[in-house]
Design a protein around this ligand. Structure first.
Ligand SMILES: [Zn+2]
Length: 112
């Protein structure tokens, strides 16, 4: 199997990009939506948006454990990207790290 060389999205005047490209919050890579896992806030908690159907803002992450770790470490970026707090008023973490990690592992392992 041979892969075509990666094509960089072409920026046209007006800022339109060929194809939906999202940025991984973990490593900063710009990739097509299909290559990334979407995270979104649902019921006040950070969730993995498996079908990319959650309304509202989402953040994206490569299908790599290192990027997932990077994403969770960058709470400020996360909060900014989602336009919401990732901690509640008492300082309680709204990110269920272990739950997310388990789901993330499953998602990247089923992906061939
Ligand atoms: Zn990444």
């Amino acid at each position: 199997m041979s892969c075509p060389p990666p094509t960089s999205p072409e920026l046209h005047q007006g800022g339109t990009v060929a194809g939906p490209v999202r940025t991984c919050l973990g490593c900063g890579a710009k990739l097509g939506k299909e290559a990334l896992v979407r995270f979104a806030m649902a019921s006040g908690e950070l969730m993995i948006d498996e079908r990319a159907r959650q309304p509202g803002r989402g953040v994206y992450c490569c299908r790599k454990m290192s990027c997932f770790e990077g994403l969770l470490k960058q709470r400020k970026k996360l909060a900014w990207a989602l336009r919401c707090q990732v901690r509640d008023r008492k300082g309680y973490d709204l990110v269920d790290r272990l739950g997310l990690e388990a789901l993330f592992c499953r998602m990247i392992s089923v992906d061939s």
